[in-house]
Design a protein around this ligand. Structure first.
Ligand SMILES: [Mg+2]
Length: 180
């Protein structure tokens, strides 16, 4: 059975995620987290790199949205230059964010991927919704005690992801050997 806390895919950062990869999953729409995924809490606007990454995804025909548990002023300000469909105070891990994005873009949950840096909000929201869960490493910043605690709690699930991927790789290797 699928563990809802274990991401489907993990990347070092958003820039390692390409439109080709997303499309290979049959995904047509993205639900993006902002804080520590696209930029840190301290950054009000998207950087040039974030804008270029977003435009690259859009140019490939993907539909992009933002779902943040942060408040409207933060999310709206961040979105000024991007002009994406936004969901503020999205209540992740609630399924609401994926549901709204699906309704807005006219796609099914399995055609949706949530990209974020937290297991207990972003990954769980995706898994519960039947969307693809993509975890990125949080952009390093000075985390408070609450966040540091959450990171410790996330560790077993990241280890589970790595174990599962190692198993998959081994299986692939074995079947390659067998074919020889
Ligand atoms: Mg975040």
């Amino acid at each position: 059975m699928k563990n809802l806390f274990v991401p489907d895919y993990m990347f070092d950062d958003i820039y390692a995620i390409t439109p080709e990869f997303i499309k290979s999953l049959g995904v047509r729409a993205l639900v993006l987290d902002i804080d520590n995924t696209l930029v840190t809490y301290a950054v009000e606007e998207p950087t040039e790199e974030v804008i270029a990454w977003v435009r690259g995804m859009q140019a490939a025909g993907l539909r992009l949205s933002i779902a943040s548990n942060n408040h409207e002023p933060r999310v709206a300000k961040f979105n000024e230059k991007l002009g994406l469909f936004i969901m503020c105070e999205s209540g992740k891990p609630s399924r609401k964010a994926v549901k709204n994005a699906c309704a807005h873009f006219g796609v099914k949950p399995q055609e949706c991927a949530v990209i974020g840096d937290q297991i207990f909000t972003d990954v769980l929201c995706a898994s519960r919704s039947g969307a693809v869960a993509i975890l990125v490493k949080p952009i390093p910043y000075n985390e408070n005690l609450f966040f540091r605690f959450k990171r410790v709690c996330e560790k077993p699930f990241i280890r589970a992801y790595k174990r599962r991927e190692a198993k998959k790789a081994k299986k692939a290797e074995n079947s390659k050997e067998n074919k020889k």
